[in-house]
Write a protein that binds this ligand. Structure first.
Ligand SMILES: [Zn+2]
Ligand SMILES: [Zn+2]
Ligand SMILES: [Zn+2]
Length: 327
């Protein structure tokens, strides 16, 4: 329930683009962010481009979310870039290891099981039949009469034969030919939402981020989660602790409690009371999403906890603002 990650993550949840993307995931509009091939630039992420608006910011945006533990990446492809011009429109050629020509002929080696004769596939071809050139018998069924014994290549340029060609890369944009050693290879990922990022946890993050932003604009110093030492000497943790000047005076504490589609019970009110009894902040707020039970409301009043009911972050902030103004 309580955000436990670094300050960076708060910044992310304050980001409108992150909120938009997360809502697409959480509503089921998207399940996976898959790259789409584009011969000019390699791969692009149209969903993210339309979210952040600027294609040049897509990679940084995705990295940020992945590092913050919001998205999970999975290797989707490796893309080859021309080392001369940077184009991704690069083809792979299989070349003769002797003269490096890509004009090679690839064929299968066929073995006639019965007589043991082995030769290139075209030596067996007679019309639409396979006939063994040694014993003149017809080969009818693969893996019974005959088997494929591998691949054999012949170079049309130097006429030499070999079994393993060497790859080279041809840039369709600038015409440069590059070896495996020379080309630039980059990983391309698809992204999914991390399993532990749920509608509830995101709402909590959005809310904490929005409240932090609001309190900081009001000129307060904010810690979230914030630790305060009580009279007893024990330390107590609050979702948000805000103060002006020294930590010893005018401290405001805020806890959040959520129960989507239901009412929040009195339990978080009791928990908050136990902490403020020891800490004695100037004001203590409990933000209940979307509603607080009647019992909870009664206890909050008794304990001088300002209970705020809100359906969303906008409502929560409006009420918090009013509560801060009130004496
Ligand atoms: Zn090129
Ligand atoms: Zn034969
Ligand atoms: Zn050759």
């Amino acid at each position: 329930m309580r955000p436990s990650e670094g300050k960076e993550t708060f910044g992310l949840y304050e980001d409108r683009n992150v909120q938009m993307l997360l809502s697409k995931f959480l509503s089921g509009e998207i399940q996976t962010i898959e790259p789409v091939y584009d011969s000019e630039v390699g791969y692009r992420y149209p969903v993210i481009e339309s979210t952040v608006g600027e294609a040049s910011q897509v990679a940084a945006f995705l990295n940020k979310l992945e590092e913050a533990g919001i998205l999970e990446k999975k290797l989707y492809d490796k893309i080859i870039f021309c080392p001369e011009c940077g184009s991704a429109d690069v083809s792979t050629r299989y070349c003769c290891p002797f003269c490096k020509s890509f004009d090679i002929q690839k064929s299968s080696l066929i073995e006639h099981v019965k007589c043991g004769y082995m030769d290139l596939e075209n030596k067996f071809c007679e019309g639409d039949k396979y006939i063994c050139p040694k014993c003149n018998e017809e080969l009818r069924e693969i893996d019974v009469d005959y088997r494929k014994a591998g691949i054999w290549c012949t170079c049309n340029n130097c006429k030499k034969s070999f079994d393993i060609p060497v790859p080279s890369h041809f840039c369709r944009t600038c015409g440069a030919i590059s070896s495996f050693e020379e080309v630039i290879i980059k990983d391309v990922y698809s992204y999914t939402l991390k399993e532990n990022v749920t509608a509830e946890s995101s709402l909590n993050w959005f809310l904490v981020a929005a409240i932090r932003e609001f309190l900081m604009k009001e000129g307060l110093k904010v810690e979230s989660p914030g630790l305060l030492k009580g009279k007893s000497g024990a330390k107590h943790s609050f979702d948000i602790v805000a103060y002006r000047g020294g930590k010893s005076q005018k401290v405001i504490v805020v806890d959040l409690a959520m129960s989507p589609g239901d009412v929040v019970s009195e339990q978080p009110v009791i928990a908050l009371f136990a902490k403020i009894f020891d800490v004695s902040p100037e004001k203590a707020h409990l933000i209940a999403i979307p509603k607080l039970s009647e019992n909870g409301k009664r206890m909050a009043e008794l304990y001088k906890i300002r209970a705020i009911e809100a359906k969303n972050q906008e409502e929560a902030i409006v009420s918090l603002k009013e509560s801060l103004k009130a004496a």
